[in-house]
Design a protein around this ligand. Structure first.
Ligand code: GDP
Ligand code: IMO
Ligand code: MG
Length: 407
């Protein structure tokens, strides 16, 4: 893993190629051991990244998944939208695991704050859409409304922590009442801001200057993407998308790094496909096989607990994701979940399916490519041939160690 990591260059991004939950957290955690700086660039607590270390599960929503590796600076970029009580909770959870992140946490002064009222608006809008049969299935974490405020230039940025926000919030409360019929608890919002300022006010800064200083001094940087390419506001299955730019370019934008800085981009894709929330899903499986994949793969959302819709891999989606992100390698995850299948259909476009032979033996925990059954190698090679992107990493289990480096 060390040699592979070193071959990737100074700045790399880990980007989801499907509809999220591909296993970005696990690979970020593994690679972080060999990088100096860890960053999240966009999105908010709609993300749920699960890693399993020594049998213990850790779930990250706002902090990048590399945080368990001590002494490495952690940056939350300006493209993010941050719900402060959620961030404080995550910091506390890490503290109980023996990790004090605050001395090495750097939060962009330009990241936007997600208020509780954004979550209420998100839920109310989703209810209204559902009544019309047009639900998106958002995570109700306030993401869309927070990015709306950002885009119409009425958002509140992290730099406002420590200032008197009463007048602004009272104005917002009136607006929320008038437009959405939503009550805003101004006193609670102010209390949340004060608590956050006390705990993490010291972490808020110009992270663009910081990341460029680190970059100039030769530090290596790993950027953990959130959500995924087909949830991207421009390139995803609109309107069934999130409200941020989830691609590699979005990640650079969200950190203030130039496109030329990115040396490698790892596209993370499951060996099959899942989607949580509404929207099109060409290779979706309903019934028994879909249910079996869900149970074997533990396909329940890390943020909302919702069952994920399951289906086969769809090659045209991988090709599109590779195009827009410039993937230099794939990390194909959860290969082990397909172990029992006699044959494995794969979408190849226009509703057509190619059926590949299964391997019907366990790949769980494998770490050497040469140990994989021939048909599993064939499956990996098929992905490489179809997408013209080499597979660098293959996931064979939840645990940190359960990953093959394919040379
Ligand atoms: P993320 O949002 O992209 O970080 O992915 P999630 O953490 O939401 O969902 C991926 C799930 O699959 C998590 O529960 C991981 O522990 C698990 N996982 C990741 N890679 C593998 C793998 O190779 N095999 C198996 N069986 N599980 C994996
Ligand atoms: P990670 O980083 C899977 C989906 C929601 C919904 C749509 C819009 O763990 O891969 P939003 O709350 O963002 O307005 O919801 O996007 N969604 C995700 N699905 N993984 C995620 O993050 C997601 N973040 C948002 O389910 O369909
Ligand atoms: Mg997830």
């Amino acid at each position: 893993m060390k040699a592979f990591s070193k071959s990737l260059g100074q700045v790399i991004a880990v980007i989801g190629a499907q509809w999220g939950d591909e296993g970005k957290g696990k690979v970020t955690d593994i690679l972080t051991e060999h990088f100096d700086v860890i960053a999240r660039a966009c999105g908010g607590a709609n993300a749920g990244h699960t890693i399993v270390v020594n049998g213990q599960k850790h779930v990250f929503h706002l902090l990048p998944s590399g945080c368990l590796h001590e002494n490495k600076p952690v940056i939350l970029g300006s493209g993010m939208v941050i719900h402060l009580p959620t961030l404080l909770e995550e910091i506390e959870t890490l503290k109980t695991a023996g990790i004090d992140i605050i001395p090495r946490l750097h939060i962009s002064h330009a990241a936007h704050i997600v208020f509780d009222f954004h979550k209420d608006i998100d839920a109310a809008m989703e209810e209204d859409r559902k009544k019309e049969g047009e639900g998106i299935g958002t995570t109700k974490r306030g993401i869309g409304p927070a990015y709306t405020d950002k885009a119409v230039r009425s958002g509140v940025r992290m730099e406002s922590l420590g200032t008197n926000m009463t007048a602004i919030l009272e104005k917002k409360a009136k607006c929320n009442d008038r437009v959405f019929g939503i009550h805003t608890d101004v006193a609670l919002e102010i209390e949340n801001l004060e608590t956050a300022n006390h705990a993490i006010g010291c972490c808020v800064k110009d992270t663009v200057t910081l990341i460029h200083e680190l970059h100039s001094s030769g530090k290596t940087i790993i950027v953990e993407g959130a959500q995924a390419s087909m949830l991207d506001i421009d390139h995803g299955t609109y309107p069934f998308v999130t409200s941020s730019s989830t691609t590699a370019t979005g990640a650079l934008q969200g950190l203030g790094l130039p496109p030329s800085a990115l040396k490698s981009c790892i596209g993370v894709a499951k060996a099959y496909c899942t989607r949580v929330g509404d929207g099109p899903f060409e290779t979706e499986l309903e019934g028994e096989i879909g249910n079996a994949l869900r149970e074997k793969g533990g396909e329940y959302g890390a943020t909302t607990g919702r069952p994920r819709r399951c289906g086969w891999l769809n090659i045209p989606d991988l090709i599109r994701s590779a195009q827009i992100n410039g993937f230099t390698h794939w990390n194909i995850t959860k290969l082990d979940v397909l172990d029992d299948l006699h044959e494995i259909p794969v979408g190849i476009g226009d509703g057509k399916v190619k059926t590949l032979p299964g391997w019907q033996s366990s790949t769980v925990g494998m770490t050497n490519y040469s140990d994989l059954p021939e048909n599993a190698k064939g499956y990996i090679q098929f992905i490489e041939e179809q997408t013209k992107v080499p597979v660098g990493l293959i996931g064979t289990g939840q645990g940190r160690e359960e990953m093959i480096v394919k040379h």
